[in-house]
Design a protein around this ligand. Sequence first.
Ligand SMILES: Cc1cc2nc3c(=O)[nH]c(=O)nc-3n(C[C@H](O)[C@H](O)[C@H](O)COP(=O)(O)OP(=O)(O)OC[C@H]3O[C@@H](n4cnc5c(N)ncnc54)[C@H](O)[C@@H]3O)c2cc1C
Length: 248
Amino acid sequence: MITKTEKPTHHIERLHWEKRSRTLRVTSVTRLTPNMQRITFQSDDLHDFASLAHDDHVKIMLPVAGEADSFVTREYTPRYFDTQARTLVLDFALHQHGPANDWARRAKTGDTLIVNGPGKSMVVADDFDWYLLIGDATALPAITRRVEQLRAGVHVTSIIMLADAADKQASVTAANWQTQWLICEHDSVSDEQALLVTAAAYQFPPGDGYIWIAAERQAARALRAYMVEQRGQPEAWIKSSSYWTREE
Ligand SMILES: Cc1cc2nc3c(=O)[nH]c(=O)nc-3n(C[C@H](O)[C@H](O)[C@H](O)COP(=O)(O)OP(=O)(O)OC[C@H]3O[C@@H](n4cnc5c(N)ncnc54)[C@H](O)[C@@H]3O)c2cc1C
C-alpha cells in the first residue's frame, strides 16, 4: 500500500490523443545506413504534434495505385519531432517489398504524405533499476529514442537483430547503455530463434526491470512468453509488440 510519505513507483500512464490527420512534405531523404532510410517531413500541421512515449507510432497513408481515395496504412515511430521547426523524422528499415518500403525507397524532396496520429502514448516512468530493450531493425527508432531519454547512469541493455552489421547505430545517452548486436542475414524463423537464445542468456541485474520488445510477430510473442513464464518477469513490467508479420 502507498502511504503519503512514499512516492508511487513504476507509474505507467496511458494517454489518448485526439485523432489528427496531417499532410506533410518531404524535405530530405538520407540513407542513414545501408538499409535505413531517414525521411524528414515539414508542415505547419506539425505545430501541435505530440509524442510522449518512445514507442508511439503514426499511421502513414499510402495511396493504392489505380484506386482513387484508397489507402493502405503502415505504422512508423516518430524518431524526432520539433514543433517549433514543424518537422518530423521517420526512419524506414528497408526490406524487399511492401507499400511503405517502396514509398520510402522512392521518396524525394517535395513528395507529400498523409500521416495520422499518434493516437495514444504509453508513458513508462523512468524509475526502474534497469531496462532491457529487444528488437530488430524496425525497433531501432524506438530503441534509440528510449535510450536517449533515459536518466543518467541507469542500466540499459539492448539486444538488436540486424541483417547487416553496417546498420548498427550509435546513440548519445547519459544512461549506462550496452548493446548486443546480433547479425542474422537470412530473414528467417531461425534468425528469430537466435534472438530468443541471445535474450535467454541475459542475466537480469538486481532490482526492478522493465522489458520492452518489438519484432516480427512470432519472435515478439515467443520472447514475451519466455520472459514472463520462464524468467518470472511481472506482466505489468513488460511490453511486447508485433511490428511486422512474416508471410507463411
Ligand atoms: C507500432 C509500430 C511502430 C513501427 N515503427 C517502425 C519504424 O519506425 N521503422 C520501421 O522501419 N518499421 C516500423 N514498424 C514496422 C513496419 O510498420 C512494418 O515493417 C511494415 O510491415 C512495413 O510495411 P511495408 O508496406 O513495407 O510491407 P508489408 O506490406 O507490411 O509487407 C510486405 C512483405 O514484407 C514483409 N515485411 C514487412 N516488414 C518487414 C521487415 N521489416 N523486414 C522483413 N520483411 C518485412 C512481410 O512479411 C510481407 O511479406 C513499426 C510497426 C509498428 C506496429
